[in-house]
Design a protein around this ligand. Structure first.
Ligand code: AHM
Ligand code: MG
Length: 344
């Protein structure tokens, strides 16, 4: 990062990018998107603070611990969902939402103003890792709604291909808290400086490194994979295989953390189809599609093995898909392995 950018806040960075966009296109920015992203960042800071307290729950006593409003502390994933829903509902920029934690679409009732965006999120992904101090994350995806601003949102505003996303990103609660986002013009990362309470630009224009040195998959599931997946994993870990042999294994079991590591270091993550059902585990709307959008902007690619994740038309809010994501050459090699199997 250039020295002149040290101390650039998320807000400032979004404004600079909007100005550049306005100069390119002649469109005047409304400021709505930057406000929305700011609200997401606020929710992220609140969740980050709570996640950092999680290890103290036993010491302080979960039942005895109360929050600033004097209320009983909620389970972290419930807390994260509640935080996102309430902050976004009041933002004035969201007309409808979907959350991993909620079965139905979440509307924006009176007196809140239904804004122009539809947002889907997984408020706390990998939450089974909370108790053991392993990184977890929030994933979000943002579409521009089809209906006019001020009118209620509809599920169709959410059920759209990832290729139409206006923005997507994630927040990782790890050794530090980072927010990574894209609006389709590069991927930018901001690290939370808890001493000033701001997300500061730390990784501008992230590109996935050319060398794909890591594969990430739950190998305990090997017996449930298709032969094509089994062959692919055997191939990438064989030291002498070409192309793309000799990869090392790294699997955290937290999608955001596995994806983030591979984005920064080069790697492929697989949660492939189960051979018996043909289905994957991860959700299209708020896990696969937003990360596919980020990956593509960073020079990577995401596929089910059969099709580009970004091209998929969702058929439900909680639809599950196989997800193979990371370096483009590695994901394409997986696709070839699948198509060789289906054509024999
Ligand atoms: P969750 O939404 O219930 O937290 O499950 C999603 C998580 C992902 O973070 C991770 O990639 C995957 O499940 C790990 O699954 P497994 O434990 O089957 O390997
Ligand atoms: Mg999840």
């Amino acid at each position: 990062m250039e020295k002149s950018q040290i101390g650039t806040t998320l807000t400032h960075h979004v404004l600079i990018n909007q100005r550049a966009h306005a100069q390119r296109t002649g469109e005047q920015p409304s400021g709505d998107f930057s406000e929305l992203l700011n609200q997401i960042a606020v929710a992220g800071k609140i969740i980050s603070a709570e996640v950092n307290m999680a290890g103290l729950a036993d010491i302080l006593g979960v039942a005895g611990r109360t929050n600033v409003q004097g209320e009983q502390v909620m389970k972290l994933d419930v807390f994260a969902n509640h935080t996102f829903v309430e902050i976004l509902r009041r933002s004035g920029h969201v007309g409808i939402m979907a959350s991993e934690e909620v079965d139905d679409p979440i509307d924006v009732p009176e007196p809140h103003f239904p804004g122009k965006y539809a947002i889907a999120f997984d408020p706390l992904d990998g939450s089974s890792n909370i108790d053991v101090n392993v990184s977890i994350g929030t994933i979000f995806s943002i579409h521009r709604r089809r209906g006019p601003v001020g009118t209620p949102g509809a599920p169709e505003d959410l059920l759209r291909p990832g290729a139409e996303l206006a923005a997507a990103g994630y927040i990782i609660y790890g050794s530090s808290t980072m927010l990574v986002y894209t609006t389709g013009h590069g991927v930018h990362g901001f690290t939370l400086d808890p001493s000033v309470g701001e997300f500061l630009l730390s990784h501008e224009n992230i590109r996935i490194p050319e060398k794909c040195g890591t594969y990430s998959v739950n190998e305990g599931n090997t017996s449930t994979w298709t032969p094509a997946t089994q062959k692919f994993v055997e191939h990438v870990k064989s030291p002498d295989a070409s192309p793309l042999g000799g990869m090392k294994a790294r699997y955290i079991g937290s999608l955001v953390a596995d994806f983030h590591r591979n984005l920064m270091k080069g790697g492929i993550f697989l949660y492939p189809a189960d051979a018996a059902t043909g289905k994957g585990k991860l959700r299209l709307l708020y896990e696969a599609a937003p990360l596919a959008f980020v990956a593509k902007q960073a020079g990577g690619y995401a596929s089910t093995g059969y099709e580009d994740i970004l091209a998929m038309q969702p058929d439900g809010l909680h639809q599950r898909v196989p997800l193979i994501i990371g370096n483009r050459d590695a994901v394409e090699l997986y696709e070839r392995s699948v198509s060789a199997e289906t054509s024999t």
